[in-house]
Design a binder for this molecule. Structure first.
Ligand SMILES: [Zn+2]
Length: 75
């Protein structure tokens, strides 16, 4: 009989942020992260990702504005 590798009843997972082993149990409120710091870093990355929404102005609407200005100049 070989010794079971997971004899430890506590489940550990790899922290997605720093790669260290983190306790995956109710005792760890920051799971799946190892610490509050890693959780905050991950959340911060998420926030910055969603903040980077490209705001491109429609060139068509700009053209419309110019042509509108032009027609006024026509008279
Ligand atoms: Zn971590």
């Amino acid at each position: 009989m070989s010794a079971p590798e997971n004899s430890d009843s506590k489940k550990t997972i790899k922290c997605p942020q720093c790669g260290r082993m983190a306790l995956f149990a109710p005792e760890n409120p920051f799971r799946p992260f190892c610490s509050e710091r890693c959780r905050i870093i991950d959340l911060g990355q998420w926030a910055s990702e969603s903040f980077r929404i490209p705001v491109e102005q429609d060139p068509a609407s700009k053209e419309n504005e110019i042509s509108d200005d032009d027609s006024e100049n026509y008279e």
